[in-house]
Design a binder for this molecule. Sequence first.
Ligand code: FAD
Length: 344
Amino acid sequence: MSNNAFDHKTDVLIIGSGPVGLFAIFQCGMLKMKCHVVDTLEMIGGQCTALYPEKPIYDIPAWPEISGGDLIKNLEEQVAPFNPVYHLNQQVVEVKEGAEKSWIVTTSIGTKIHTKAIIIAAGVGAFGPNKPPLENLEAYEGKSVFYMVRNKESFRGKRIVIAGGGDSALDWSIALADIAEHISVIHRRPKFRGAPECVDKLHKLAETPKLDIVTPYQLQGLEGNAQTGQLDAVIVKDLDNNEKSIKADVLLPFFGLSMNLGPIATWGLNMDNSHIKVDPSTSETSTPGIFAIGDVVHYPGKLKLILTGFSESACAAHAIHPLVHPGEALHFEYSTTSGVPKIA
Ligand code: FAD
């Protein structure tokens, strides 16, 4: 359920709909606490959907292999009985104390949510791709210039230029080689930074007509129809400014991500660099009533893994229960005993 009306009341407000934020809906729901979730992105799933929807994850318990996209689909299904309300495409910009131990959270488009507790599951913060400084780039974005691969099949039979020298550039050059018509890999240095076995695979592919390694070159310009957003060619230049044109239907620049905790860093929480310090037994921050879980937190021994975040969400939900249901005893129960309660 998505809701864009402007004033809301909930038990728990979750900032971030990555895998850990989503699982927090489940843990809160099991303790009969209603959740609203805000995310800057237009879809739920955080890094899993935005960065690697088709890549396999191997360390989710009881799933020998599951793609980032399927993990999020399953989580969405698992939390559906609790009727979470998603507020997407908006960033939480302000957190203020309200009356009687409550909080008022405001988003970038003016949505106000009154809540009894807050869980920050903001991962690496609001993130976006580092973009190459090319003239007219916006005209091609989303049409023939893409910063992530959501659906590999959409690139079948295309001439693809991949720019970058790290893991994403290598991984996608290899993964798309069997479906693309041709791939050119542009990197400003002759050496690639990625995993050695991937570098070897790339050089093997470059011995075939399928793939060219174009180094040391960097992106210089785009040629095509700026009205329709369809590329014809990518212009590259070497260190002596010699230019050449490479025919292309698609450009995939992989220059890493800019990550920005943004306003969260100004909410007076105890921070360690760009991470929020929490008590690992409760996931509570230095501000009572505000909790943090997942990649955004720091405590001694913290592992930035989805599975660790899942466990933190269970601790946070139990610690939040007395704030939402004061005076009500919380008896620890297995889900096999309690079943899955429904929340309106
Ligand atoms: P995220 O997934 O980062 O989600 C945070 C969400 O918060 C984002 O959607 C963001 O838009 C939103 N947000 C941030 N600030 C705000 C704000 N102010 N207002 C509103 N919304 C906000 N982990 C594993 O365990 N196993 C793996 O095999 C694995 N493979 C990986 C492969 C790749 C290529 C990458 C990049 C990561 C991998 N990870 C893996 C790491 C894993 O994806 C992260 O640990 C996980 O996504 C963290 O989840 P999260 O919910 O804490 O944060």
